[in-house]
Design a protein around this ligand. Structure first.
Ligand code: NAD
Ligand code: DAU
Length: 348
């Protein structure tokens, strides 16, 4: 397999490449194409680049650039695509949607066109999407694969648009696509703008923990390695043209999750001057258009492909907190933008 991974220097892409090369039966070649935006950090894979020179290649490129993409597909004889690259943070999309439209919609369109042009060589185009395309749930119910799309933010609207394009390329051109719509991931290498790493790092630094609104919004949390194993199963065993919802069976109100993080840190390294870190929790102005609840019904992937999440939230959180404590240099680089100078030294 000559596998093109887009966005492999981001959070989930990094974990996916590490999972394939360290913990799976993958024996092919990975070509990681990433533009290296603020969210992409090639340091995440510096050890992989050294350890697997015959199985891993990095190319800095923008998925919106048609000539570059055609060249990469040709040079590396790409037969499988796993498409992660995206602008991924909802709050950023509210402040500045432009890049979301460019990368998530035009970038996906461009990859689909490149794939269509070499359809006979392409065995699979797997598109990574989100449960946010379905909009918000009330107190009851779950998202299933046939739930109508009702995106709320520029981010989720751009992902919805890309999903429609991927399905249209299957229906119209018979492109061998699969899609997965997944709930909130957490784990190592997540950029500290997202809820869990932001709360861990603020709690460690004794800073306020900003909880939006009343903190009663619900998300379904999935440990990133479980997501990676789901994607790998879908690429190998998923049916062409099909969509699979992937979730963690772990619904939590934000406030409850933040309290769990505080308790887990207190237990691991002790309280700060005898004070629980829960005292740092601060309720702040709500996110505009904030979806109330997400919850995934993952019975299709469980019944048809035999995948279930393995990691409990307690284990996953503990592992994640330990990872951040052990990787403070990574955190410093990411926060100070030092890795941007690392990028210019190594790749420009
Ligand atoms: P991330 O923001 O951590 O990483 C995105 C990566 O894409 C970065 O490395 C960035 O440099 C790269 N990128 C951005 N624009 C690019 C472009 N034009 N060309 C090439 N590379 C570009 O995102 P993530 O959290 O790892 O999410 C990966 C995918 O999974 C996204 O498609 C996202 O919508 C989806 N998803 C994420 C979650 C989650 O909880 N994080 C849940 C469901 C689905
Ligand atoms: O559901 C899948 C989606 O999960 C992915 O498609 C997105 O790429 C990913 O960013 C994530 O989106 P969310 O908006 O759910 O994640 P975020 O970590 O930004 O926020 C999680 C919840 O926590 C949400 O209800 C908003 C709230 N929140 C977030 C931040 C950053 C806070 O209360 N305070 C905060 O500071």
């Amino acid at each position: 397999m000559n596998l093109l991974v887009t966005g492999g220097c981001g959070f989930i892409g990094t974990n996916f490449i590490r999972y394939l090369l360290n913990n799976s039966d993958f024996t092919g070649r990975i070509i990681n194409v990433d533009r290296l935006t603020y969210a992409g950090n090639p340091e995440n894979l510096a050890d992989i680049e050294k350890m697997f020179p015959d199985h891993y290649t990095f190319v800095q490129a923008d998925i919106c650039d048609p000539e570059k993409m055609t060249g990469i597909f040709d040079d590396h004889d790409i037969d499988t695509v796993c498409h992660f690259a995206a602008e991924s943070h909802v709050d950023r999309s509210i402040v500045s949607p432009d890049d979301f439209i460019k990368t998530n919609i035009i970038g996906t369109f461009n990859l689909l066109e490149t794939s269509r042009n070499r359809k006979n060589r392409l065995a699979r185009f797997h598109h990574i999407s989100t449960d946010e395309v379905y909009g918000s749930l009330g107190k009851d119910g779950y998202f299933v694969e046939t739930t109508p799309y009702q995106p709320s933010s520029p981010y989720s609207a751009s992902k919805a648009s890309s999903d429609h394009l991927v399905r249209a390329y299957h229906t119209t051109y018979n492109l061998p696509v699969t899609l997965s719509n997944c709930s909130n991931n957490y784990g190592p290498y997540q950029f500290p703008e997202k809820l869990i790493p932001l709360m861990i790092l603020n709690a460690l630094e004794g800073k306020p923990l900003p909880v939006y609104g009343d903190g009663k919004n619900v998300r379904d949390w999935l440990y990133v390695d479980d997501h990676c194993s789901a994607i790998w199963k879908i690429i190998r065993h998923g049916k062409e043209g099909e969509t699979y919802n992937v979730g963690g069976d772990c619904e939590l109100e934000n406030i409850k999750l933040v309290e769990m993080i505080c308790d887990a840190i207190d237990n691991r390294i002790g309280k700060d001057s005898d004070k629980s870190r829960k005292e740092l929790i601060t309720f702040v102005t709500d996110r505009p258009g904030h979806d109330q609840r997400y919850a995934i019904d993952a019975s299709k992937i469980r019944n048809e492909i035999g995948w279930t999440p393995k990691t409990t939230i307690e284990t996953g959180l503990d592992h994640t907190i330990k990872w951040y404590l052990d990787h403070m240099e990574w955190v410093d680089h990411v926060k100070s933008g030092e890795y941007q100078s690392w990028i210019s030294k190594h790749y420009k």
